[in-house]
Each structure stands twice: as C-alpha cells, then as structure tokens.
Design a protein around this ligand. Sequence first.
Ligand SMILES: Cc1cc2nc3c(=O)[nH]c(=O)nc-3n(C[C@H](O)[C@H](O)[C@H](O)COP(=O)(O)OP(=O)(O)OC[C@H]3O[C@@H](n4cnc5c(N)ncnc54)[C@H](O)[C@@H]3O)c2cc1C
Length: 580
Amino acid sequence: MADKSISFMRSLCLGDIEEDVIVPYPSLPDPERETLRSVCTSVDELLTPNAEAFREWDVAGELPDEFLGQLRDFGMFGLVIPEEHGGMGLRAAAYSRTLQQVARHDASVAVTIGAHSSIGMRGLLLYGTEAQKARWLPKLASGEMIAAFCLTEPGAGSDAAAIKTTATKDGDGWLLSGSKLWITNGGIADFFTVFAKSGGTDDRGKLSGFIVTRDMPGVSVGPHEDKMGIRASSTTAVYLDNVRVGPEHLLGPEHGGFKVAMHILNSGRTGLGGGIVGMMKRLVELTTAQATSRHQFGRPIADYGLIKQKIGQIVVECYAAESVVNMVAGLIDQGYEEYAIEAAISKVFASEALWRAVDEALQVAGGNGFMREYPYERILRDCRINRIFEGTNEVLRLFISLSAMNDVGTQLKELAAGLRGVFDHPIKGFGVMSAYALRRASLATGLRRAKGAFTRLEPAVAAEAALFATCTRDLAAAADRILRKHGKEIIGKQFASSRLADIMIDMFVLACVLARVNAAIVRLGPANAAREREILAVFAGQARRRIQANFERIDDNDDELIKGLADHAIEQRKFSWDNI
Ligand SMILES: Cc1cc2nc3c(=O)[nH]c(=O)nc-3n(C[C@H](O)[C@H](O)[C@H](O)COP(=O)(O)OP(=O)(O)OC[C@H]3O[C@@H](n4cnc5c(N)ncnc54)[C@H](O)[C@@H]3O)c2cc1C
C-alpha cells in the first residue's frame, strides 16, 4: 500500500521518484466507467440541440431560466453530491470527465456547473457537519439552490488574506459585513460560501468560512458583469450588510478559514481542468474539419506542413493536459492527501496549453476564425479567464516552487541538525557539500531514500524514463543550488522561482504522460500503442529542451537587465524612445 501522505512533486525536488504514486496510471473501475459513459451520452443529448442558442446566450450575456431548469432536471447540480443526499456521487475523475463533456459544448455552462460543484458547495462537502450536510446538500443536489464561492474583494484578489469583510461576534453567532467581487453564479445562487475576517480587522487577521443563504436579511447582489468571455455565466458582486449568522452557519474551524478556502480551491481544480481538456478536444475536431474542407492553392490546407505542425501540436498538448488533469483526479480518488502542488501544476499547464491551442486553431481557420459566425473567437474569449481565476498562473507558479523549496530547506536543516557541528548555517552552509557527500549524509541520517529512477515501466518507454531520472537529479541539484544562492531571500526572487516552477511543471506533466502511455502499452501492447508512444516521444523531447533551457537560465540570464528596464518604464510611465 502506497503511503497516502506522499506528494510526488515534493519528493521529486528532493531527488526521489515516488513511482508508486503515479504508476499504474489511474483508471476507473468498470462500473464507474459505465456510469460515466452513460452520463456523457446524456450530456450530449441535452446540450447538442442548444448549439445555436449558446451563441445567442453569449451575446445576451445570460443563461435563460428555462435552460437552467433543464440542467436541474438532468441532475447537473448534483454531480459530486453523495447519493444519500440526492446527488450522483461522482468521484473526482468521473466529475472532471463529465465537465470535459459539458465544456465541449459551451464554456459558460461548464463554468456555471463548475463554480457550483468545484468551489461553491465544495466546502460543505469537505468541512460540513452532518447536520449542515443534511440541511443543504439535498437542495444543492436538485439545483433548488445553486452555490457560489465568495472570497475575492475589491482590494483582495491574489492576496486573499487581505480581505476586509468582517465577521463580528454577536452572541453565539456573527454579523457579516463587506463586499465580494466577481462572484461566479452570484446572480443565480442561493447558497454562498463566504470568507470573512473573524479574528480582528488587522491586515493579516484570521479568516473563517460561513454558509450564507440568499434569503438572509442583509444579502444582496450587484448587476451581471459585462465580460469578455464566459459571458452567459453569471458574475456579480455580493453584498453583506450586517448579515446575522448563527453557529450552525460556521463552515470548518473558527479562524481556520484560510486553510478551508485553499483546500476548496485545490480540490476543485480537476473540475476546471476537465473543462479545459473538453475545449481542447473540441478544437481538435474543429481544426481538423476546417483544415480538410478549406482549399488553397488547389489543395486542402490540411496537406500543408505548417498546418500539420499546428494540429499535431494541439493533439500532443491535449493528451498531456488530459494526462495531468486525470492524474490529479486519480490521486484525489485514491485518497492522497498532499496533491496541492500537483493540482496547481495541472491548472497552470492545462490553461496555458488551451490558450496556445485556441490561438493556433484560430490561425488555421484564417479570416473565418476572426468572424463571430465561427466558434473560434468565442472559445478564445471564453478560455482566457482560466489563466486568471482560481489562482492566477503567476501566483500558482510561486506557490509551486516555494512549496517545494520549503521542503528542500527543511530537509537541509534536518540534515544539518543530524550532522551537528558540520555546518554553521543550516541552509547556506549546506552548499559546501558535494553531491557525493550529500548522498553519504542522506544515507547516514536515513532522511532520504535512494529512489532515483523508475523501476516498473515497460522497456518501450525506457528512453523517456531515463531522461526523467536525469532531469530529477538535475532538479534536486538546482533546488539545492537556488536555495543556497538565495537562502530565505528566495521568496523575493520571482524570476528564479518561476523558472524552477516551469521545470517542475514540465516534469510532472511528463511523468503523467509517461505513466499513461506506459499503461496503454501494458493494456494494448507496444505496437497498438504506437501513436501514444509517438505523443510521449514528442512531449518528452519538447519538455527536455524547455527544461534544459530553464536550467541554463538559472545562472545565465538577463533578469537584472529586464528588471532595470521595467523599473525605468514604471518610473517614466511610458515608452521612452521614438524614431521621429
Ligand atoms: C470571470 C471571473 C469570475 C470569478 N469568479 C470568482 C468566484 O466565483 N469567487 C471568487 O472568490 N473570485 C472569483 N473571481 C476572482 C478571481 O479569482 C481573481 O480575479 C483572481 O484571484 C486574481 O485576483 P485579481 O483579479 O484581483 O488580480 P491581482 O491579484 O490584482 O493580480 C493582478 C496581476 O498581478 C499578479 N500578481 C499578484 N500578486 C502577485 C505576486 N505576489 N507576485 C507576482 N505577481 C503577482 C497576478 O498574477 C496578476 O497578473 C473571478 C474573476 C473573474 C474575472
């Protein structure tokens, strides 16, 4: 039995490949697979007739009540709610795959369902008492209540701890006051998971999570925001004016709200990821149809190398995005507790892969791609938000590398403590050790295990497995080197952190593709998995080149020059040069 407290990426940064966490690649048990197939077929039956309407609702900026009623009747709001509370009880992988199917049809619908299930009422599932679950889950499952997640405020976006909404003690309950901004489902929700400062109003005071319902005195919402994309999904401000909530509305531990909010966002990422993969698969269908039907210079443009290059790249990245999203869902379903870094990686990689894909798909469509009559521009508008919400990709990159760094730092401190007298400074002093001495020290203290390579993969993927092992050694050495160079100052070294994050992103996605292709070879045999092996070869080659470039740039870069130019522009507030 694998240890469920292990994080693949945390271990990797220390030089260990925790193979058991990702091999075998997660797959659904047959009964769950059957259920999922029929859910996906029903999703298609429900949504396909609305293809033209989705375009109109994008222009109107709203999903009509009648359609929301159809989603309710389908059970779309109960996907992840346990059957005993009236839901479908889908686990993470099946839920993610269902949102994939929805997003192939329309991103606004996927976001509406995702905001409800992935974040809006996720806190109730994760932290709710039995009484809270019994009271609200059945109504949330039927869609009688739609849920929203209320964290962001005008002055607190990425810096969630800076929220100003207050929870002031009032008898056995609280009075909530403040404004929440850009809340998905705000205009249609009856159930709000609200975060407020409960431990005083100072800037870094503690937060608590609360359940607030639409019918409570003092709750109101603003008008629908006029957005660039996912226009038909509802986004509004939510206002709380001395809303009195009793103790039965507290969600999770008092003053433990920050952790509650982060856990919700982490565990909800596979929903967003599923939607992203769905949009990428749709792009493969649209682009291949367009490339075969459009003729130029007497031939279909699909015959031309530069068009094939784009389509082939979209296919590879779609496979990679699906591999990482489904892996994270699989980790959750298997009960792994430490998947926050892996989930953040899946969000960053998938959202950026989709952005590259939609840009190239629109290019394949040429002028048609620019026309509203065609779906490309809407998909492009719809998918831009994925790099911004549920944690911006910049902040997630910092989270990815700094979390791993923290572990490396802790390990170095522990090792240093284990070898008392050898080091004067626990982190910076550690750098005097050679790799050989490091391994010796590791073995001596028993803090590290020698897990530097995959051992259970098929011979057909040996080259990629060996590449991965080499990159793992380099990653552990680079993490050590960066920490040695910057010490605690690493927190302010965003260029270096982001580069390390990019290496980690490529490595985890490569590990997921490797594990998935390995599973395909086991299931089908090397010959029948030939196409998937080609995808692995392409992704591994591209990842290797990016990883190598990022390693080189750790020491050989233009960071200080770029910073200086940015400082100059920021000071001048303009571009300082002209040709006339
Ligand atoms: C359509 C839509 C729907 C949304 N739905 C919800 C919802 O349902 N619930 C909810 O609570 N919120 C929601 N949000 C809010 C969303 O989560 C925030 O927009 C997001 O967290 C980013 O915050 P911000 O927009 O204030 O950007 P800021 O935090 O102001 O960031 C601006 C830029 O600075 C960068 N940045 C910030 N801090 C740092 C740093 N320390 N280092 C380096 N770079 C940094 C960011 O990456 C970004 O590029 C929604 C937003 C939109 C647009």
